[in-house]
Design a protein around this ligand. Structure first.
Ligand code: GDP
Length: 716
């Protein structure tokens, strides 16, 4: 029986998520500081400034952007901070802030059990907060809200809280109140324990409880009643007792609040200022008190790749090993790290693991856990835990690692398709080689980065989620891999698909002395229905992203050995498209008939025959071009509302709504990506630089005829 190094109920796997600039970095830095300073209390010298400390943190080589960082926290009320049995282990999973990386947020939602959502106390809910909130909803992630920046000019707890209620959820409830605001922001009141807190010392290390100020007692009573009502709603017995005038005990209220948060029925709202060192410790207490441990989570589901049956795994060390690799990251000291979360069972350093996604076996050399100031070597990782393996060569993001005797494929993390591309051309021959290596490494790390090469022009195309995403890739190529390259202008990543069905028969025959060529196929194509991923399919059907191949050949009219060549021919033709040379997607292709020749038939002949048949069929099946449509939000001073709305409509955009935000208006629209190129400049001149916008991919849509014609013409 394995013995755990840490009780599972004392583990919290959580993320800190926020709209860019809301204060995620600052909050994370404070979290590492407070958890770290607890670790070596007394070593924080008087007079050591924040920046000194952060500088050191950076020099130690682990930034807060590590995919997962482990730290330890004992609650503020604990008097003995060194008592290990009182400590909780936090695995903080990184979630990037920028729109281009929302997929990363989505990915991390899969492996975290809870989240702290940080809001800017001036802006309240922002577009990215909405997107992240929706992702968290989809993944049923319990959340604690933190309204940050209470010290800023214009900060309002009530307004921000209201924006959460209006735009995110009615299930949010005040757990704390701020004492003062803006430059008079002094501290925080906890409505449950009815204490005021101030944060003293150099970094706000000393959390000092005191009595609620007289002038806030009425307010506290009112909001406390609201909070308690929300809590007792979770439980009928408690509710009835409460209605009869009996207030539940503090412990019972906390327990029930925890239950409500874990069930996604309550989202408690905390408040503070990370920058001014106020409130962060109480948020960490809330993580302990209200966010789930892995034991509180429902079991994960997967598919047994051998039988195709659904398998369920619990967060138990006794069950067979199953883990999900959720992020690859280069580490300058130990090389490539594969971060994984263990869902069931345990894994030991030095043992062999089975990658059920690829069918390969690999040896896990070392396992590490990243802490703020060191990499801790780990011998064994238990169910519910997060760690990183060093040196796994074939493992990629989203692969399942498991016990070969008890195979399981966990639900894959779905990544959206790239919508924007850049042509890059190495400057010298030497750069060419380095570029190949760099792009391979970068795309191994980042599943939303796609690399394609154009065989005709010898150019390389990198595709990703947005301009910033690709800019960062090009920059990393330069800085980390020393590659010098010429970079083209960003282009929309169009796609093609078919709207109708067609059946085509084609023979490829060459008989000019010696051995000839003979390939004969008949294929039927139609639009592909959405696929249930991982579902068991018959042995005659191959399914991929956006493509399905069905082999319906009867009586061996085409010998089995040539079938893969047919499939390959179709796939290659799809890569080249038919309308304007863009990759074709969402096609179902059925091989229905054909014939063969004893001597002349070859793989190449079938490949060519199939490729030609596909092109002809695609031409007949109403082929169209697809373009990415973006979700856009512009926030502008209201006086420009008309101009901005007009500009978006003029871009083939559909306006979905506008709303007042104080002096500003927010306009939500869906606009084709193509039309949004250069919008930053347009918007700036239209509004004297006073408006801003965010945008993210929404879906692909068929382009109108005139636009399609223009695209085709430009490709000639
Ligand atoms: P991120 O983009 O969400 O990671 O945000 P950062 O933590 O980088 O913060 C963005 C900006 O807001 C920085 O200039 C921070 O110094 C500032 N900031 C963060 N937290 C606070 C806060 O509590 N109060 C104030 N006034 N500024 C803050």
């Amino acid at each position: 029986m394995p013995t755990r190094d840490y009780p599972l109920e004392k583990v919290r796997n959580f993320g800190i998520i926020a709209h860019i600039d809301a204060g995620k970095t600052t909050t994370s830095e404070r979290v590492l500081y407070y958890t770290g300073s607890q670790h070596k209390i007394g070593e924080v010298h008087e007079g050591e400034t924040t920046t000194d400390w952060m500088e050191q943190e950076r020099e130690r080589g682990i930034t807060i952007t590590a995919a997962a960082i482990t730290c330890f926290w004992s609650k503020t009320q604990e008097t003995d901070k060194k008592d290990a049995s009182k400590k909780y282990r936090f695995n903080i999973i990184d979630t990037p802030g920028h729109i281009d990386f929302t997929v990363e947020v989505k990915r991390s939602m899969r492996v975290l059990d809870g989240a702290v959502v940080v809001f800017d106390g001036v802006a309240g809910v922002e577009p990215q907060s909405e997107t992240n909130w929706r992702y968290a909803d989809e993944a049923n992630v319990p959340r604690v809200c933190f309204i940050n920046k209470m010290d800023r000019m214009g900060a309002s707890f009530e307004k921000s809280y209201q924006s959460i209620l209006d735009r995110l959820t009615k299930k949010a409830i005040r757990l704390q109140l701020p004492i003062g605001a803006e430059e008079n922001f002094k501290g925080v009141i906890d409505l449950l324990d009815q204490k005021a807190y101030k944060f003293e010392g150099n970094m706000g290390d000393e959390v000092i409880p005191y009595d609620i100020p007289e002038d806030m007692k009425a307010e506290v009573a009112k909001y406390r009643a609201e909070l308690i009502e929300k809590i007792v709603e979770q439980d009928e017995v408690m509710m009835n007792e409460y209605l009869e005038g009996k207030e539940p005990s503090y412990e019972d209220l906390k327990k029930m609040l925890r239950k409500g948060v874990i069930a996604n029925e309550i989202f408690p709202v905390c408040v503070g200022s990370a920058l001014k060192n106020k409130g962060v410790q109480l948020v960490l207490d809330a993580v302990v008190d209200y966010l789930p441990s892995p034991l509180d989570m429902p079991p994960v589901k997967g598919i047994n790749p051998v039988t195709g049956e659904e398998v369920v795994r619990h967060a138990s060390d006794e069950e067979p090993f199953a883990a999900l690799a959720f992020k690859l990251q280069a580490d300058k000291f130990v090389g490539k790290l594969a971060f994984f979360r263990v869902y069931s069972g345990t894994v030991e350093a030095g043992s062999y693991i089975y990658n059920s996604t690829t069918g390969q076996k690999e040896r896990i050399g070392r396992i590490v856990r990243l802490q703020a100031d060191k990499r801790e070597e780990v011998k064994k990782v238990y169910a519910g835990e997060i760690a990183a393996a060093v040196g796994l060569k074939e493992v990629r993001t989203s692969h399942t690692l498991c016990d070969e005797a008890n195979p399981i494929i966990l639900e894959q993390i779905k990544f959206p398709e790239p919508v924007i591309s850049l042509r890059i051309e190495p400057k010298t021959k030497a750069d060419q080689e380095k570029m190949g290596i760099a792009l391979k490494e970068l795309s191994d790390e980042d599943p939303t980065l796609k690399i394609t090469s154009d065989n005709e022009t010898n150019e390389t195309l990198i595709s990703g989620m947005g301009e910033l995403h690709l800019e960062i890739i090009v920059d990393r190529m330069k800085r980390e891999f020393n590659v010098d390259a010429n970079v083209g202008a960003p282009q929309v990543a169009y796609r093609e698909t078919i709207m109708g069905e067609a059946e085509v028969e084609n023979k490829y025959i060459k008989q000019t002395g010696g051995k000839g060529q003979y390939g004969h196929v008949k294929i039927k194509i139609k639009p592909l229905e959405p696929i249930v991923e991982g579902a068991k399919v018959s042995k005659n059907v191959s399914r991929y992203d956006h493509f399905e191949f069905i082999n319906s050949i009867k009586g061996g009219v085409i010998p089995q050995e040539f079938i893969p060549a047919v499939e390959k021919g179709v796939k290659e033709a799809m890569e080249r498209g038919i309308v304007a040379g863009f990759k074709m997607v969402d096609v179902s292709c059925e091989l229905t008939y054909g014939s063969y020749h004893d001597v002349d038939s070859s793989e190449i002949a079938y490949k060519i025959a199939a490729s030609m048949a596909f092109q002809e069929a695609a031409r007949a099946a109403r082929p169209v071009i697809l373009e990415p449509i973006m979700k856009v939000e512009v926030v502008t001073p209201s006086e420009y509302l008309g101009d901005v709305t007009g500009s978006l409509s003029g871009k083939r955009g559909s306006i979905e709504g506008t709303e007042d935000r104080g002096m500003n208006s927010a306009i939500r629209a869906r606009v084709p990506l193509k039309e949004m190129f250069g919008y930053t400049t347009d918007l700036r001149s239209m509004t004297k630089g006073r408006a801003g916008f965010t945008m993210e991919f929404d879906h692909y849509e068929v382009v109108p005829k005139n636009v399609a014609d223009a695209i085709v013409a430009s490709r000639k």
